[in-house]
Design a protein around this ligand. Sequence first.
Ligand code: BJW
Length: 221
Amino acid sequence: MRIVVLTGAGISAESGLTTFRDAGGLWEGHDPMQVATPEAYADDPGLVQRFYDARRAGLSGVEPNAAHHALVRLEDALGDDLLVVTQNVDDLHERAGSRRVHHIHGRLRSAWCTGCDERHEWHGPLAEAPACPACGRPALRPDIVWFGEIPYGMDLVEEALEECDLFVSIGTSGVVYPAAAFVHWARGATLELNLEPSAGATDFAESRQGPATRLVPAWVE
Ligand code: BJW
């Protein structure tokens, strides 16, 4: 059985990372969604770098939860027949032990040099505009896909969805495209696991409500 699992901020919520649309809070007086754009970065790169620096630093204080660990057990059983596609920029799937993880919106612990196009594993701050280790230019930005930018590896995801027997969406509000349309790209059965019905809940053959740390282990076992 080939399974594609899509994860969103809800799977990391019980690890202590805030979701986007549930949080409703401001960061330094800004709506986080307004900071996650190329326009915001062009207007005020320091502000956007500080936003991602804070979130990158926050990763060291959180741990994978029971939902991340359950997906590792599923991969142990299915091997290459499981692909985790995540919208999350945290590294909790990898730290739990998942091996086949594809980050369509980038990763906090990666820096992208717009000068030479190299990517670098990055755990510290970027706000002080450090030089790119490859080309020496001060052109490192967060390796994050912002609104209006093209998510990573869509060919790979499209192919996996066309070939899968089951598509499972976990902890995502279903309002950001193209991920919100994956349920329509999937050839096989579809299941949603979310705290509440997402915007696209009725597009799934089945939708279960509850916290990810309860629903995901129960589904995997
Ligand atoms: C729990 C829980 C618990 C809580 N247990 N559950 C078509 C139609 C309309 C618009 C567009 C369209 N196509 C493109 C667009 C424009 C745009 C878009 O979608 N806009 C919408 C807002 C309308 N999309 C784009 O610009 C994308 N690019 C694109 O489409 O390029 C064109 C292209 C596509 C494909 C091929 C070729 C070309 C890029 C989108 C980039 C999104 N980036 C962000 C920010 C960067 C990352 C970061 O800073 O961290 O990514 S936005 C933000 O939203 C972040 C997330 O990954 C993403 C999704 O959020 P998510 O994960 O769903 O979180 P929440 O908070 O919304 O929901 C959490 C859910 O969990 C809730 O439902 C809770 O109930 C639940 N929950 N606790 C289980 N314990």
